[in-house]
Design a protein around this ligand. Structure first.
Ligand code: MG
Length: 346
C-alpha cells in the first residue's frame, strides 16, 4: 500500500478536520505544530483496537470508527480533560474504498461531535488494527487521578452498567455463538427498542466528557469503565493504597448498581452482577468523592443533568488483609460473588 499511501491520506482524512486555533499546522507536514493553552496541562492516551479481539470481525466501519473515537475520548474524560487533538494509525488488509469512505466519514463525524481535530496519522498494510492517540487539556494540577481515593470516600458511577456486554451477547447469539456467554438471558422478552439500545451501547458508546469535567475539584479519584467495574475499581484501590500508604478496600452494594430496564428485562436477576461488574466496554466513569464534597457533587450533577449513582464506599482494609479487595453486599448483607471474566472474543 506504500505507493498509494499519500493518496489515501489525502482522499479520506485531510480537509475534513475540526478547525482549532491551537492547531498551527495539522495534517500535511512531517509533524503537526500545536499550542497548549496557557495554564493547561496536556493529557495523552492511546488505544488500539484489533479485529476479532476488540470488535467482531464482521463489524461495520461506521461502528468501528465510532467506538475507536469514544474509547480514547473516554480516557481523556476520566482525567477530567477536554479532548483536543487526535492522530490515527491505520493498518488495513487491503485498499477498500467503500470501507475507507464509511470509516473516515464516521471518524470525522465523531471527532466533530467532541470538537477534536485530526492532526496526523499513518497507514500500513496488515491485519486490521486501528490505533488512535488522543490529546486533551486539563487545568494545571487538576487532572482526576486513579490514585486519589481515601478511606471514607463514597463510590459512584455514571450512567448504567452492563448494557454493552448484553449488546455484545445479542450480537454473538445472532451468530450462534452462545458457547461464549452464560445462559439465562431471553431475547424474546426484549422490545426492538431495548435490543437496539443494548447493541448500540456495545457498538457506539458515548464518552462521559461533561461528567469528567464536572468532577474536577470534587472527585478524589476517577477511572473509565473499560474492563468492567470489578477490575477497574481494583485499579483505583491499588493505585490509591500505594499513594496513601494504607491498604484500601471497597464495599459495593449490589442492589444499588445502576442497571437499565433493557438489561433487567434481558438478563435473569442472578446474572445482573456478572454483567454489571465483569461485563466491560461500558465507558461510564467510576469515581470517588469525600463525604465533605458530597453536597457539591450533587449540586453540579443536578445542574448539568448528569446521571450518576452512589454504589459504595472506600474503607481501610483489615490488618490481616494482604491486599486490596472488593466486598460485595446485597441489601447490606455481605455476600460472595464468583464473577466470570470474558475479556476477549474471537
Ligand atoms: Mg481508561
Amino acid at each position: 500500500m506504500a505507493t498509494g499511501e499519500f493518496d489515501l491520506i489525502g482522499q479520506y482524512f485531510t480537509n475534513k478536520s475540526v478547525p482549532r486555533d491551537d492547531v498551527i499546522t495539522g495534517i500535511g507536514d512531517d509533524c503537526a505544530i500545536l499550542s497548549v493553552p496557557a495554564g493547561k496541562q496536556l493529557v495523552v492516551t492511546t488505544d488500539t483496537m484489533v479485529s476479532g479481539i476488540h470488535f467482531l470481525s464482521d463489524a461495520n466501519p461506521t461502528d468501528i470508527a465510532h467506538k475507536l473515537v469514544a474509547v480514547n475520548i473516554s480516557d481523556i474524560a476520566a482525567m477530567g480533560g477536554q479532548p483536543a487533538w487526535a492522530s490515527l494509525a491505520l493498518t488495513l488488509p487491503s485498499f477498500d474504498t467503500e470501507w475507507l469512505s464509511a470509516f473516515s466519514d464516521s471518524l470525522h463525524q465523531q471527532l466533530h461531535r467532541y470538537g477534536v481535530s485530526l492532526i496526523g496519522g499513518d497507514t500500513t498494510k496488515g491485519n486490521m488494527t486501528l490505533t488512535l492517540t488522543l490529546q486533551g487539556f486539563v487545568e494545571q494540577g487538576k487532572a482526576l487521578p486513579r490514585h486519589g481515593a481515601k478511606a471514607g470516600d463514597l463510590i459512584y458511577c455514571s450512567g448504567t452498567i452492563g448494557d454493552a456486554n448484553a449488546g455484545l451477547k445479542l450480537l454473538i447469539d445472532a451468530n450462534n455463538r452462545t458457547d461464549l456467554h452464560p445462559e439465562n438471558s431471553d431475547e424474546a422478552l426484549l422490545t426492538k427498542n431495548d435490543k437496539d439500545y443494548l447493541i448500540a451501547r456495545h457498538q457506539r458508546p458515548t464518552a462521559r466528557v461533561s461528567t469528567g469535567q464536572a468532577l474536577v475539584g470534587i472527585a478524589n479519584s476517577c477511572i473509565d469503565l473499560s474492563d468492567g467495574l470489578a477490575s477497574d475499581l481494583k485499579h483505583i484501590l491499588k493505585a490509591s493504597s500505594r499513594a496513601c500508604g494504607v491498604a484500601l478496600s471497597a464495599n459495593i452494594e449490589l442492589s444499588a448498581l445502576p442497571l437499565s430496564t433493557a438489561l433487567q428485562t434481558y438478563v435473569s436477576k442472578a446474572l445482573w452482577p456478572q454483567y454489571a461488574l465483569a461485563g466491560g466496554d461500558d465507558y461510564e466513569l467510576l469515581f470517588t468523592v469525600s463525604a465533605e464534597n458530597k453536597a457539591q457533587l450533587e449540586d453540579v450533577m443536578a445542574e448539568h443533568d448528569l446521571p450518576y449513582t452512589h454504589i459504595g464506599e472506600i474503607v481501610s482494609a483489615g490488618q490481616s488483609e494482604q491486599e486490596q479487595q472488593i466486598n460485595y453486599f446485597n441489601e447490606k448483607q455481605l455476600t460472595t460473588l464468583a464473577l466470570q471474566g470474558w475479556d476477549h472474543f474471537q
